[in-house]
Design a protein around this ligand. Structure first.
Ligand SMILES: [Zn+2]
Ligand SMILES: [Zn+2]
Length: 240
């Protein structure tokens, strides 16, 4: 009943076309859903990007880099449709889009997440100033939603983003990564407060592109005694 009234007052918008979802009350319009490109096999065994050939174990990016996270999964290709959807989710207060993303992640990847068997879910943090601008951290919204569907707790502040990253233009790859890594820190107090032993962490974010953010966060977690780090993201860039 409450949902029904809420939908009359604030009709739910489709995360794909941005209009009021048709039929009303749906998380997305069924024809719009067909426009989304789900990441298909074959996939990179590390970052989960679609790769061109079956015999290709890793994408070109993962062959070059020594990622410390175990592996990750993403739901959709980051194309122009998803770019618009995620941009509105982040910057235009379309917080409710998370319900659709979460439902699809659960539908396609619940089993795989259960195989990872993370002790906790942790969102990629954003800087305080961004949080003030947007009013919420999109990764945390996703994380909380996934948490309740999976029955696995979230520690929203296990990782902190203390510093804004410096302008990266003048820096080479290595310096960029160092710069990024220094922006994050581990929150020992948050771990202590949970009163549980945390061995496996599932990081949650909206987009995986070069993977440098996930990697920077993974290294900090591993340095602080976490043994395995996985990630799940809504979208991923192309792998070849
Ligand atoms: Zn639509
Ligand atoms: Zn890869």
């Amino acid at each position: 009943m409450l949902n029904y009234i809420m939908d009359l007052v604030y009709p739910r918008r489709c995360p794909i076309c941005g209009d009021i979802a048709d039929p009303r009350g749906n998380l997305a319009c069924p024809p719009c859903k067909k426009r989304l490109k789900y990441v298909e096999e074959p996939k990179c065994k590390k970052c989960g990007k679609h790769v061109e050939f079956n015999e290709q174990e890793y994408c070109f990016d993962c062959v070059k880099k020594d990622h410390q996270y175990t592996y990750g999964i993403s739901l959709w290709e980051y194309d122009s449709t998803m770019r618009k959807s995620i941009s509105d989710f982040k910057y235009k207060s379309r917080r409710e889009y998370a319900d659709f993303y979460i439902e699809e992640i659960i539908k396609y990847y619940k089993e795989e997440i259960m195989i990872m068997s993370p002790d906790v879910l942790v969102p990629i943090p954003i800087h305080k100033s961004k949080l003030l601008d947007r009013g919420y951290n999109q990764a945390e919204v996703l994380c909380q939603g996934l948490s309740s569907k999976l029955g696995i707790p979230t520690i929203p502040n296990l990782l902190m983003r203390d510093k804004k990253t410096l302008p990266q233009k003048q820096l080479n790859d290595k310096e960029r990564f160092k710069n990024l890594q220094q922006a994050f820190s581990f929150n020992e107090k948050a771990r202590f407060k949970t009163n549980m032993s945390i061995n496996k962490v599932l990081l949650v974010d909206d987009i995986y592109t070069t993977g440098s953010t996930i990697e920077a966060c993974s290294r900090i977690l591993i340095k602080n005694g976490i043994s395995e780090v996985y990630f799940v993201s809504i979208c991923v860039g192309k792998g070849f």
